[in-house]
Design a protein around this ligand. Structure first.
Ligand code: SIN
Length: 325
């Protein structure tokens, strides 16, 4: 007898955001409150759910309920643990996370680095609240489920407006438009078209983090290294650097001008900060591209945006701290 493999389970984890937001009027796209509806309600609003899942079982869990502008280390810790739990179940094919758009790229990069998933971990979102006349959340969630049921490409993916972006490349680039995300020069990794996924090519992401999830979960969420982002700009002073060093910061990421250049006043502050043991990394404030060449005083973080470079530096410091104990 030929044994037919049961289709894998899809798990959907809710964390809040505009996708779960409500407004008092259907025409209101900005005056709404994020994180009001549970993940059960989001799924109940999907008309084509049965077709897209085509017989796959699914499980729902509300991990958090927040506006992602307020995302914090405690929630990241819990979310990483729940994603890890579900992804390590043999019968689970993929995990989908509903999330606010504002810090989505940071959560995606963080999860990608600590989980290094061998299945599909998919984040999706919405730019309009669930009560909007033409809400985008249901379609984005459907597209995320389509990807979840697809062949299951390993990695962490962000689905929005019919596009699939890798965790490394994705950035929110617009505060209002429905297609608010971009992968810059790299372009989307794939598209969801009429219920099918079309990949742009092979896309396998290298990991930078040395800290594995079991290691990461040993630390208390409040013991994260403190890393701040500094902006280099015309007329800058070293005041912020000095204040951050005095407050006990462990690392600083500079969002540099152009190809990794730093205002001389900030640079003087950074040189002193480094003498006091503060780790410095560079990123560019340019919206696309990355620092080229080796002319910079401090290393850049392999083309990551400043907010993602901050996450990678935290994980780097964390892994050193874990090795030292
Ligand atoms: C949020 O990030 O939670 C609110 C904004 C959004 O989801 O678009």
């Amino acid at each position: 007898m030929v044994e037919t493999k049961k289709p894998g389970k899809i798990v959907i984890l809710g964390t809040g955001g505009t996708i779960a937001g409500t407004a008092s009027q259907a025409s209101d796209h900005v005056g709404y409150t994020a994180a009001q509806l549970g993940v059960e309600q989001l799924m109940a609003a999907l008309p084509g759910l049965t077709q897209v899942l085509s017989g796959r079982p699914f499980a729902l869990e509300q991990v958090a309920q927040l506006d992602s502008k307020d995302m914090d280390g405690v929630t990241w810790h819990l979310l990483a643990a729940r994603c890890h739990f579900w992804l390590s179940q043999d019968d689970v094919q993929s995990v989908v996370v509903t999330h606010g758009t504002d810090t989505l790229e940071e959560t995606a990069w963080f999860l990608h680095e600590v989980l290094q998933p061998s299945k599909s971990l998919i984040l999706t979102c919405a730019m309009r609240p669930a009560t909007a006349l033409a809400a985008d959340g249901p379609q984005n969630l459907m597209d995320a489920l389509t990807l979840a049921c697809d062949g299951g490409r390993a990695g962490t993916w962000v689905v929005c407006a019919g596009q699939i972006h890798s965790a490394r490349q994705v950035q929110k680039v617009h505060p209002y438009r429905l297609d608010a995300f971009s992968s810059g020069e790299a372009g989307p990794a794939a598209w969801v078209e009429a219920g099918r996924v079309r990949w742009a090519g092979k896309s396998v992401e290298r990991h930078l983090a040395e800290v594995s999830l079991p290691t990461f979960l040993q630390i208390l969420p409040l013991e994260w290294p403190v890393v701040e982002v500094l902006l280099s700009h015309a007329g800058a002073s070293r005041r912020r650097v000095d204040a951050l060093v005095a407050s006990g910061v462990d690392g600083l990421v500079v969002a540099c001008t152009g190809n990794g250049t730093v205002h001389h006043a900030i640079e003087e502050g950074l040189l002193d900060a480094e003498k006091q043991g503060v780790r410095i990394r560079l990123s560019t404030r340019c919206l696309t591209g990355q620092i080229v060449g080796d002319a910079t005083r401090w290393p850049d973080v392999e083309g990551l945006s400043p907010v993602k470079a901050r996450i990678s530096l935290m994980l780097e410091l964390l892994s050193e701290r874990m090795k030292a104990v």
